[in-house]
Design a protein around this ligand. Structure first.
Ligand code: BDP
Length: 721
């Protein structure tokens, strides 16, 4: 190489090394970045507090814990951290269980560890063999791994590690991602590329992504993954696919991540050649038992099945005159000998037009309380319609005390702007979890139903429909990562605040610089409400585009199912708007416990955020603001757009505080979000105006186009269908 080009190369290298942000960052590393701590004082303190890493014992999980700690600490401290099997220095990090580590055993932690179960851990500053150490102790290796991630988080978020006394254990047992991934790698309602699972190359090729996926999940305590779509393909239960499933399970196992599959109810017919899939038919039962045994022969710790049955055309026990419990129990019996579980979904509605779809799950499931096997969880969506931007909590929470009820949230933003809108979902999750069902009097929150404390269940679960795909940054939108993250953190501990979760996520994912963290956290915390305002304010719901659910479609009507149309839900007419779910209407309200009914029953008392969910309200009704309903609706829609513009401004102020690549992407996506927020506002207001026949208030921005224009928009090839 010529001297001149060598010089140029050196200068380039120097530039890269001296300026952290001159090269791009594509978001692949999620919140596990482990870059050197920037604050000099804290860095010094950490360097002094961590001299070596001592992990006694040996197991696949301990070795991934060791690897994570080594890579993490080396990166964060900017110096190599020696690993040792024996304690040699002051200020070591000692990780292990009393069973595999003499050092940990010598600390007599049994009493403190006892209450922490199989997955909990302690992080303590302790005296080990006369040396001051940081101890990560647990009953099991997986607890050690979880504790290791927690310890790394302390450094990533620049907290003190001097006098630690942390005890943590998950409040919910099964913390599961639901992938709606198809075997052809398309993802139903997925907006981040194709499925991570490269079935074609499995089992022989183990993509590093599988490992990084498992690491990310373990770092937030997610311990289960349902690999396949609830609209299931029976083929995944064939030998050809089971060997592939086994390869994924092997890759995930060290990280405590168990694999589950969706079971297509008609599989005994499709794969087994039987004439029926009747759950009470002995041959069908035997088929599932054999099939389950076969699955366990490939995946010895297979978690069990997730089932969507008799919903949206999926086969199920009702095809044979049986009920959901008959179906669930048959599968539960098949997996029970191996400790498996069945997650039976309550998202059901049949093909007859109901007087109110919101009532169907409750009507079908409540009478079955007490008839499910012990290893069945009924998985209930957070609201009774369908993952809308905002829904009141599902009335099934608290209504089936004898049955473990599992929460299903949707992390992927099917109804919340899909791939490009920044909507931080922790506030939505928290709003549902903290709702009071009054099932056993005041304080019977949804969280207590699902963590088992309300009705004394030890089998507990929470699921999140994944937003992960093979996009380099995993979730399409950089801020989609925050929703995956917050789902995991809340699944572990639902008492965490949205603010605390956003704070740690931002620090780990971007920077600890408060000039960045403070405004962006604020922006995140308001983002869900902003979206509700520009899409479905005041309790409106299900008014999006037909089938792909992209963009506004309040005019959707006359389709083959009324309860898939928008007019069925908003019921706008010349008098007013909203779905009367009180006694004068569908009376869905009666499915709630009386104190909840009381909150929603009369228009005057009903919180405005749920108003049009429960009531048909006159256009000229006075609202809390003093405006009439129509004007309030206009203000909400406009306010939503304004909030997005505010988000754009906030984001523009942080340029230069983080890498340019992620900054640019978020900035571009916010532009799309603003464009689409306006689209929602203009289309909805123009359409509803045909009923209200009132002007849009003077002080508000006027729609850019005509109603016809919006109604004729017909986006093609929307992802995720
Ligand atoms: C709806 C989705 C559909 C899912 C269904 C479900 O549009 O793709 O299959 O939920 O949860 O919201 O089963």
């Amino acid at each position: 190489m010529e001297r001149k080009s060598l010089n140029l190369l050196l200068i380039l290298l120097l530039l890269i090394l001296t300026n952290n942000y001159s090269y791009g960052d594509d978001g692949y590393r999620l919140w596990q970045r482990y870059d050197k701590v920037q604050d000099a004082e804290k860095l010094k303190n950490y360097q002094q507090s961590v001299s070596e890493l001592v992990i006694e014992g040996n197991s696949p999980t301990l070795s991934v814990a060791q690897k994570e700690l080594t890579v993490g600490l080396t990166g964060l401290l900017g110096k190599a951290v020696p690993v040792s099997q024996r304690l040699t220095q002051q200020s070591a990090v000692v990780a292990g269980t009393p069973a595999n580590s003499a050092l940990i055993a010598s600390l007599n932690l049994a009493e403190r560890l006892n209450s922490l179960g199989d997955e909990g851990y302690l992080i303590l500053t302790a005296n080990t063999n006369g040396k001051k150490s940081t101890v990560i102790a647990a009953n099991t290796d997986i607890g050690v791994l979880y504790g290791s991630f927690h310890f790394l988080r302390l450094l990533q978020t620049q907290q003190s590690i001097s006098n630690l006394s942390i005890a943590s254990a998950p409040k919910i047992k099964h913390r599961v991602l639901n992938h709606w991934d198809n075997l052809d790698r398309t993802v139903e309602r997925g907006y981040a590329g194709f499925s991570l699972w490269d079935w074609h190359k499995l089992p022989d090729y183990i993509d590093q992504r599988y490992i990084d996926y498992a690491r990310a999940n373990a770092s937030i305590g997610i311990n289960g993954t349902v690999l396949t779509n609830v609209n299931a393909n029976a083929l995944v239960l064939t030998k050809e696919y089971l060997v592939k499933v086994a390869a994924l399970a092997d890759a995930f196992r060290p990280y405590g991540l168990r694999v589950y599959l969706t079971a297509r109810f008609s599989a005994p017919i499709e794969l087994g050649g039987l004439k029926t899939a009747d759950p009470l038919d002995p041959q069908v039962q035997a088929w599932w038992k054999d099939k389950t045994e076969e699955i366990y022969s490939y995946v010895p710790d297979f978690g069990g099945f997730l089932v969507k049955a008799n919903s949206e055309g999926q086969p199920g026990p009702q095809n044979y005159g049986r009920n959901h419990a008959d179906g669930a129990n048959m599968l539960a019996d098949a997996v029970a000998p191996r400790g498996g579980i069945v997650m039976w979904r309550a998202f059901v509605y049949d093909d007859k037009e109901p007087d109110d779809r919101a009532k169907q799950a409750y009507n079908e499931f409540k009478p079955l309380d007490g008839t499910f096997r012990k290893n069945v969880l009924v998985q209930v969506k957070n609201g009774a319609i369908d993952f809308q931007p905002r829904e009141p909590f599902h009335p099934l929470f608290g209504a089936m005390p004898q049955t473990p009820i599992m929460m299903e949230f949707q992390i992927t933003q099917e109804y919340l702007g899909q791939g490009t809108h920044l909507a931080y979902l922790s506030p939505l999750f928290k709003e549902v979890l903290t709702s009071d069902t009054y099932a056993k009097g005041k304080g019977s929150t949804v969280a207590k139903v699902i963590d088992g404390t309300l009705d004394n269940h030890t089998l507990t679960g929470i699921a999140g429909v994944s937003n992960i795909g093979n996009d380099r940054n995993w979730t399409g939108h950089q801020f989609g990562q925050a929703n995956w993250y917050s789902f995991g953190r809340l699944a572990w501990d639902h008492t965490l605040s949205s603010e605390a979760i956003a704070d740690e996520w931002l620090k780990m994912t971007f920077t600890n610089n408060n000039q960045f963290v403070a405004p962006v956290k604020n922006m995140m915390l308001g983002s869900h409400e902003a979206l509700v305002n520009y899409m479905t304010p005041l309790g409106l719901h299900h008014i999006m585009g037909w089938s792909h659910h992209y963009g506004p479609g309040p005019w959707i009507k006359d389709k083959h199912r009324a309860d898939w149309t928008s007019v069925y839900y908003h019921r706008a007419d010349e008098e007013g708007i909203g779905f009367d779910r009180t006694a004068t209407g569908s009376n869905a309200i009666a499915q709630y416990f009386p104190p909840v009914q009381k909150q929603f029953r009369v228009i005057k008392k009903c919180p405005e955020k749920y108003l049009l969910w429960f009531h048909h309200v006159k256009w000229n009704r006075k609202m809390d603001s003093g405006r009439i309903l129509w004007d309030e609706l206009c203000h909400r829609y406009s306010g939503g757009v304004d909030s997005v513009r505010q988000m754009q401004q906030t984001w523009n102020t942080v340029q230069g505080l983080i890498d340019q690549e992620r900054f640019d992407q978020v900035q571009s996506f916010l532009k799309i979000q603003e464009k689409e927020a306006k689209w929602w506002r203009d289309a909805c207001l123009l359409y509803f105006q045909t009923f209200s026949k009132r002007p849009i208030p003077q002080d508000l921005e006027k729609p850019a186009e005509s109603l016809d224009y919006y109604m004729q928009l017909d986006p093609q090839f929307v992802p995720g269908i």
